[in-house]
Write a protein that binds this ligand. Structure first.
Ligand SMILES: Cc1ncc(COP(=O)(O)O)c(C=O)c1O
Length: 371
């Protein structure tokens, strides 16, 4: 049986009529860039996260860039981010001329380790970007206590965690501002690129709206250097349709995760992901830990030979990327991050997986582990 890592076509076919109608409506209306379909999506997305504002943009990376600009972070500033994340978290810090300061993650949830943040704070530190990685919220209570103590701004990188929950509240409004990605493979994915900023601050929302549209409060009047980070009308319409299915899709993801974890917990040498008691993990990715890099790579090969696709998120930590060589980090600086890069394997995880597919993945992983 073939089990792809992701099957975006299956998802499209499950909502084809709704999506096709919504896209045709945009084509007829000619509202191709920004416009009413995007505004409707912003209203619904803000409501889904219990926040007052959503500003839709053209990618998660743009969302992070605008969030940092809106908070006034720039040249000479430092921003603390986890070393274990997708590289875009760091890009945005670099775009504004600030320096990303990497910090390790916890060995159970793989999110920013709040106990290691204080040691990274200097008089140049302006902000922290916790990443709700793989769909699990970071330990926001402890992070916010550190941030308050040192008067730091906090940006949630929620690119992988749409409608995840922390202490019974949706993420997206837990800090100053939050950033989401709608890259096609995300839990809520556009049919192209997309992203959003959520916040409860009127001032920050206004600033992001201004900057995403050429800093143009009135047509052809530009009050500062702006950007073209607007969302396309078609993406707004598609995302609106898909948002209506997100809660159901999230439960389906959670039930796949539950079945994986029930099967793998009792097997020596396999470490399933841990879900913190006070969080609702939305399983953008299901990360299985192996005892060594060699075992992880062998399992990947074994699955491949059984037609099960798996993935690595992320095989080279950000502090060891060539792009950041000038910052002077070295192997061994962040042991948990480096363990994640070497030992974690992402298993197929999407709402359209059939029972047979889930059983087949479990069978193949178990066969390998017991060999
Ligand atoms: C943690 C994280 N941050 C930021 C991004 C950037 O989002 P995008 O690819 O939409 O620019 C992504 C997604 O790829 C991500 O996973």
């Amino acid at each position: 049986m073939k089990v792809p890592f992701l099957d975006l076509r299956a998802q499209y076919h499950s909502i084809k009529d709704e999506v096709d109608a919504a896209v045709l409506k945009v084509l007829e209306s000619t509202a191709y860039a920004s416009g009413p379909f995007v505004e409707e999506f912003e209203k619904n997305y803000a409501a889904a996260h219990d926040v007052t504002h959503c500003v839709a943009v053209n990618s998660g990376t743009s969302a992070l860039h605008l969030a940092l600009l809106a908070l006034g972070i720039g040249q000479g500033d430092e921003v603390i981010i986890p070393a274990h994340t997708f590289v875009a978290t760091a890009w945005a810090v670099s775009y504004v001329g600030a320096t990303p300061v990497f910090c390790d993650v916890t060995n159970d949830t793989y999110t920013l380790d709040p106990l290691k943040i204080e040691a990274k704070i200097t008089d140049r530190t302006k902000a922290i970007i916790p990443v709700h990685l793989y769909g699990q919220p970071a330990d926001m209570d402890t992070i916010m206590i550190v941030a308050e103590k040192y008067n730091l701004r906090v940006i949630e990188d929620a690119a992988q965690s749409h409608i995840a929950e922390y202490n019974g509240k949706k993420i997206g409004g837990l800090a100053d501002i939050a950033c989401f990605s709608f890259y096609p493979g995300k839990n809520l994915g556009a049919y192209g690129e997309g992203g959003a900023i959520t916040t409860n601050s009127d001032v920050l929302a206004e600033k992001c709206k201004l900057l995403r549209n050429h800093a143009q409060p009135v047509k052809y009047v530009h009050t500062e250097v702006g950007y073209n980070y607007r969302m396309d009308g078609i993406q707004g319409a598609v995302l609106n349709v898909k948002l209506g299915h997100l809660a159901n899709w999230t439960e389906l993801r959670r039930s796949v995760a539950e079945r994986y974890t029930a099967a793998f917990s009792s097997i020596d040498g396999l470490t399933p992901p841990k879900e913190r008691d006070n969080t609702k993990h939305v399983y953008h990715l299901y990360e299985l830990g192996l005892e060594s890099q060699e075992k992880r790579d062998k399992l990947m090969e074994y699955l491949q030979s059984s037609e099960v696709q798996s993935g690595l998120h992320y095989p080279i930590p950000v502090h060891l990327q060539e792009a950041y060589r000038d910052l002077g980090y070295k192997a061994g600086d962040f042991p948990v991050t480096e363990w994640c890069a070497d030992n974690l394997l992402s298993l197929p995880m999407y709402p359209d997986m059939t029972d047979e597919m889930v059983e087949y993945v479990i069978k193949k992983v178990t066969e390998f582990a017991k060999k």
